[in-house]
Design a protein around this ligand. Structure first.
Ligand code: PLP
Length: 372
């Protein structure tokens, strides 16, 4: 199989699996227990916390581990609104956010919050003037992702955070697809991340919180994670997250150079007739979201079962609904249904990527030939 679905999840790095192994098989102590073994596990978690924080690389905050980025996002949004002063009950977000943000906002909207979903341009980018125009003293939180999971465009998160602060609002950045790949600019008060998108294990995320911006707890219980996120931590998952974050830092330039090579090779191999979805300029180069007039992308996927790629997004793929992101950049249903997302990275070879692109191109041509 040729794996081209890096936005859905990334392969676990062998170094990460090795680091996790002892914590899966032998070292089973509860990291919150006072025994020597418990303290050893707690110390390993603190090393991992530092490694994950260093990858986020923002000053003046702390990081709590969560069960996923989805949990971190739910916590950040619900907990911020819970703690906001009376009268501050507005959230400003973007139509192209991940469902973790959009569905949480919808849930709060049904409970009396006022939610503004900003549109994006045909390039998938926010207009800063629209952000500023949407802000007032009633806004508690502005939630904008760094790198879009479907089309890979990079939003101006630093400027948006500055605008949010001018009206006294906090800013949440969903950095799940950007961590370790695109620097997180100074500004956000809350940052959500996920280990499985950076060659770490599934089932663990993190919320970085600027000091003073910690949301009210979402999960109550034993008071772990500085009393604000209860639940026994998994040392194996935490050390896996830490090892993946550290490895990403160490390999940053190497990974970047490899990615540029892949990006150029894939684009050179694509025949004419394909259009890129979203900005070409402000984009993460491990995401090639493209469409071709008249192609049925679901059929393309079933025609090429030994290549793992996606229809816009993993979540939208299962639902049969055209992607909300592709609709937001102005595509018709038909255009959205002709889009595919190729996601690649550290463990993709140029040879396999080029061969996959060649076969996808040929299968698209064949479809059009049959349709003609
Ligand atoms: N945000 C973005 C941009 C994502 O791509 C994802 C995962 O697809 C999430 C949030 C949710 O992450 P997790 O799988 O850790 O819940």
């Amino acid at each position: 199989m040729i794996y081209l679905d890096y936005q859905a999840t990334t392969p676990v790095a062998p170094e990460v699996a090795d680091t996790m192994q002892p914590w899966i098989s032998g070292k089973f102590a509860n990291p919150h227990s006072p025994s020597r073994w418990g303290r050893e596990a707690a110390a390993a978690i603190e090393v991992a916390r530092k490694q994950a924080s260093e990858a986020i690389d923002l000053e003046g905050g702390s990081l709590a581990f969560t069960g996923s980025a989805t949990e971190a996002i739910n916590w950040a949004i619900k907990g911020t609104l819970e703690k906001a002063p009376k009268g501050r009950n507005r959230i400003v977000t973007v139509a192209t956010e991940h469902a973790a943000v959009l569905d949480t906002c919808e849930w709060l909207e049904a409970r009396g919050c006022d939610v503004t979903r900003l549109p994006v341009g045909p390039d998938g980018l926010l207009d800063l003037a629209d952000v500023k125009a949407a802000l007032d003293e009633k806004v508690a939180l502005v939630a904008v992702m760094l790198v879009n999971n479907e089309i890979g465009v990079v939003q101006p998160v630093g400027e948006i955070a500055a605008a949010a602060h001018e009206v006294g609002a906090l800013m949440l950045c969903d950095a799940v697809q950007g961590l370790g790949r695109v620097g997180i600019p100074e500004g956000p008060d809350l940052v959500a991340a996920s280990a499985h998108k950076i060659h770490g294990p599934k089932g663990i995320g993190a919320l970085w919180m600027r000091q003073g911006a910690e949301p009210a707890p979402l999960i109550h219980g034993g008071g772990q994670e500085q009393g604000i996120r209860s639940g026994t931590l998994s040392p194996a998952l935490c050390v896996g997250f830490g090892a993946a974050a550290k490895l990403g830092q160490e390999r940053r330039e190497l990974d970047h150079a490899h990615l540029e090579q892949l990006w150029n090779a894939a684009r050179a191999e694509l025949g004419s007739g394909w259009t890129m979805n979203g900005s070409v300029e402000h984009r993460y180069h491990g995401n090639l979201n493209i469409r071709r007039e008249g192609v049925d992308s679901a059929r393309l996927i079933s025609d090429l079962r030994d290549i793992a790629f996606s229809l816009g997004s993993a979540c939208a793929s299962g639902s049969g609904r055209p992607s909300h992101v592709l609709r937001s950049i102005g595509l018709t249903d038909r255009e959205a249904r002709s889009a595919i997302r190729l996601g690649f990275g550290r463990y993709t070879s140029e040879e396999e990527l080029v061969s996959a692109v060649r076969r996808i191109d040929a299968a698209a041509h064949a479809q059009q030939g049959l349709a003609a």
